[in-house]
Design a protein around this ligand. Structure first.
Ligand code: GLN
Length: 248
């Protein structure tokens, strides 16, 4: 049976606002199509993973303290991660992990947490702890020709600069910085975003975009995913889009 292998990074440390839900959604949508979802977990002290063995690598969000805790461990895998990205492995990074794949994250106390420097963006938290980007957010994303509204929730002090290609344009909410027009970072096989939610539970199209990409890459064939009954997800989206985009 065809399968997709997912590596879940630091599930015990980077787990804010239910980001684990993204793994559950991927598992559900992969298995509902008759494929097998294999999910491995990695955290500090575990055997080093071979990132290129996986189809998807996922990491969630974390408070400044947690980012500090794991940064020195994550940096050990800079080359292996960089190679996996070059090889086309799909990386889905939420908030705190998004920040750590850039040059650095300057936390609210002014401490510099070195990032993997895989991407040129960098993030600096506002020195006023009360000044955070918090709230619902909607962006317009173009996923290689598929235009879709992506709905989420953001809660970050970090302001991210020097983004070469964003995940989407902000329709409601802040984005990479306070009142920004752009949100996240996107390249073919990397989506790094501030959107918690969990992200994929509110955006089934995005989940399927990732699954389709990974199956086509792994099995070198065009994949048309069977449709699932997303009536409930789409009803929720309709309510949220009306609330955030029509009443403002
Ligand atoms: N600690 C980081 C910030 O405040 C990331 C927060 C998060 O992952 N939600 O910007």
């Amino acid at each position: 049976m065809k399968e997709l292998k997912i590596l879940y990074l630091y599930p015990d440390i980077l787990e804010l606002y239910g980001d684990y839900g993204n793994i559950q959604v991927l598992k559900y949508r992969i298995e509902s199509r008759g494929y097998t979802a294999i999910i491995d977990r990695y955290s500090i002290g575990d055997n080093a993973p071979n990132f290129s063995d996986y189809d998807i690598v996922f990491a969630g969000g974390g408070a400044d303290n947690e980012q500090n805790i794991l940064a020195n461990d994550l940096i050990k895998y800079k080359n292996s991660i960089s190679e996996a990205i070059e090889n086309g492995v799909f990386f889905l990074l939420i908030c705190g992990s998004y920040q750590l794949f850039g040059k650095y994250y300057k936390d609210v106390d002014g401490n510099i947490i070195n990032g993997l420097e895989i991407f040129d963006y960098y993030t600096e938290a506002h020195p006023d702890r009360k000044k955070r980007c918090i709230g619902n957010i909607v962006i317009e994303a173009n996923l290689n020709g598929l235009n879709t509204k992506v709905i989420g929730f953001e809660n970050h002090g970090g302001q991210t600069f020097n983004i070469s290609s964003s995940f989407g344009n902000v329709l409601f909410g802040n984005g990479n910085k306070f009142e920004d027009t752009e949100e996240g970072f996107f390249q073919k096989n990397v989506i790094a975003t501030y959107l918690h939610g969990p992200l994929l539970s509110k955006n089934p199209e995005l989940a399927d975009y990732i699954i389709k990409y990974c199956l086509e890459r792994k099995y070198d064939e065009i994949v048309e995913l069977a449709s699932l009954n997303d009536d409930f997800e789409n009803l929720c989206r309709e309510q949220l889009l009306n609330r955030f985009l029509c009443n403002n």
